[in-house]
Ligand binder design. Structure first.
Ligand code: FAD
Length: 504
């Protein structure tokens, strides 16, 4: 039986999105909205029997750009997804047991002249100052006080507040589904049991559902999750396995009651063979323990998770297995993998939803003509490789830069070989506080600085150009900035009060 509605669409490009998780509905909502009915016809196929991953609740600030592209009203979004605000991530016990630091989204300090703040920080440290970079970052100071507001546009220190959201992933998918369907996306419920390919080109032509219906298409967006139904199971695109750098391969997770006070940040607490997240939402708290099955058994991991919850659990813990890495080809023939089908990086820096977003934005940059010029897929694959590898290095940094030796897992991480690209960055920072980035990378100097200093990587020098600025003047600027940030943070409402105001 042929699905007439799809195959009878004439010459217009027929785009079929496989999967209705966060990736599927983000793809459908964005492409249909941007396309304004002229780009293509969109159909989304999903199976309630298979279901979605349903975790994935913390984001980075770029998500605001995604929502803006969709003309989503922030207040509406906050109400409908039970969202809260996120100023960054608190890392507990990562450097050593008993230590903590904050990775803020906003800036750390201000440059003096053309020289970055980090160089003056290093110079002061070498001169004997003991201080934390956090005192020079409005996001860190506000987070410590559990305070938040959206930044005013007045050039004040509060205008430097930078934020993302925590939200309920299933509510976000439902929110985007309404948006996508209002823009003409057609949803088909059904389990795909067969994939039809052109015998010569290998291009995918049709999907057959369990009840015999056939969905035909010209271009397929594979959002089928970890299984990679089209990109891997059908097209065998290959996978770069990064488990030797990132040995966590399992997660157990459970929601718990809302925690007071409502923190405007995610917390990541290191345990003996992995780490635990705590994500505060309006109606509940998301919790999970990411661990390495080579170093810890499931029951031990779940026991640690339950014992360390800050509020009573609302369900039994669930488990997931994953393999860290990246699909070698994100775009193969007429299939683009978006979401977990394209790769998996553990949620330590909340990057998966961002990778969905950046995959879609890049896809719009290289949107195909009906002849599928391979130059487009080649450029797309290069751009996605840069994104993945930059994030990979940044996540490995958290493990490699530990001083923990208290478990077999941490000894492995501390002494493991890391990609040359990361070693090179560490060498630069240790030598002279320099933060080396590749163009197109996601994480910017502030992020690298926070994690490197937070985990006690101590620079032995700094950019000699900093010495143009008199140390007495630099010290005065430091004192003034610290005092301004402190005063400004005190004027902020609590995170809970601000959210309440938005909801009212
Ligand atoms: P899925 O949610 O698995 O959806 C797959 C879809 O494909 C489903 O609708 C399914 O029904 C459909 N499907 C599959 N096979 C078929 C078939 N044969 N026929 C029909 N339909 C089919 N990301 C973040 O950004 N922040 C976080 O804090 C975060 N935390 C995470 C924690 C954990 C433990 C894990 C594992 C991931 C986390 N992520 C996080 C990642 C995030 O969950 C995913 O990026 C996001 O959910 C996207 O998943 P997806 O849509 O690609 O896949």
């Amino acid at each position: 039986m042929r699905d007439q509605g799809v195959s009878g669409a004439g010459k217009r490009l027929r785009v079929v999105i496989v999967g209705g998780g966060t990736a599927g509905w983000m793809s459908a909502a964005l492409l249909a909205h941007i396309g304004r009915g002229r780009l293509a016809d969109f159909t989304l196929v999903e199976s309630e029997d298979i279901g979605t991953i349903g975790v994935g609740e913390a984001t980075i600030p770029a998500i605001k750009r995604f929502n803006r592209l969709l003309d989503i009203n922030e207040r509406d979004f906050i109400r409908q997804t039970q969202a809260s605000f996120k100023l960054g991530i608190e890392f507990v016990n990562w450097g050593r047991d008993g230590t903590r630091y904050f990775h803020p989204f906003g800036p750390i300090g201000e440059p003096l002249g053309r020289t970055g703040f980090e160089h003056f920080l290093a110079r002061r440290r070498l001169a004997g100052h003991v201080e934390s970079f956090e005192d020079y970052a409005i996001n860190c100071v506000a987070a410590k006080l559990n305070r938040f507001r959206t930044p005013p546009r007045d050039g004040s220190v509060l205008s430097h507040l930078s934020y993302a959201y925590h939200f309920d992933a299933s509510l976000y998918a439902a929110f985007l589904r309404r948006h996508a369907e209002a823009n003409g996306v057609r949803r088909i419920e059904g389990k795909i049991t067969r994939v039809g390919q052109n015998p010569e080109s290998g291009f995918i032509e049709s999907l057959t559902l369990a009840d015999g219906r056939e969905v035909r298409g010209d271009f397929f967006i594979d959002c089928s999750g970890l299984s990679g139904l089209l990109i891997e199971k059908t097209l065998n695109s290959g996978y770069d396995d990064w488990s030797h750098f990132l040995p966590c391969d399992r997660a157990t997770f459970v929601p718990s009651e809302r925690v007071e006070p409502l923190t405007p940040y995610t917390r990541s607490t290191a345990h003996s063979a992995g780490w635990q997240w705590r994500i505060p939402l309006q109606h509940r708290t998301g919790n999970g323990h990411v661990f390495s099955s080579g170093f810890m058994a499931d029951d031990v991991a779940a026991d640690i998770l339950i014992r360390t919850l800050d509020s009573p659990p609302l369900a039994e813990p669930k488990f997931l297995r994953f393999k860290t890495g990246r699909r070698r080809l994100s775009w193969n023939r007429n299939v683009v993998a978006i979401g977990l089908s394209g790769g998996f990086l553990e949620p330590l820096e909340s990057t998966s939803i961002h990778l969905i977003q950046s995959g879609l934005v890049k896809l719009l940059d290289y949107w195909p003509e009906p002849d599928f010029n391979p130059l487009l897929s080649e450029q797309y694959n290069r751009a996605m490789a840069t994104q993945y590898e930059g994030i990979r290095d940044f996540i490995i940094l958290h493990y490699k830069a530990t001083e923990r030796e208290d478990s077999e897992f941490w000894r492995y991480c501390r002494h493991m070989a890391v990609p040359d690209s990361l070693t090179y960055r560490l060498d630069h920072f240790r030598a002279a506080s320099r933060i080396v980035l590749t163009p197109g990378e996601l994480f910017q100097p502030t992020s690298w600085l926070a994690v490197m200093l937070g985990q006690n990587i101590v620079p032995q020098g700094y950019d000699p150009v900093a010495d143009i600025v008199d140390p007495v003047r630099a010290d005065a600027e430091f004192d003034a900035l610290r005092a301004t940030i402190d005063r400004a943070a005190q004027t902020l409402p609590t995170h809970a009060a601000f959210l309440e105001g938005l909801r009212a």
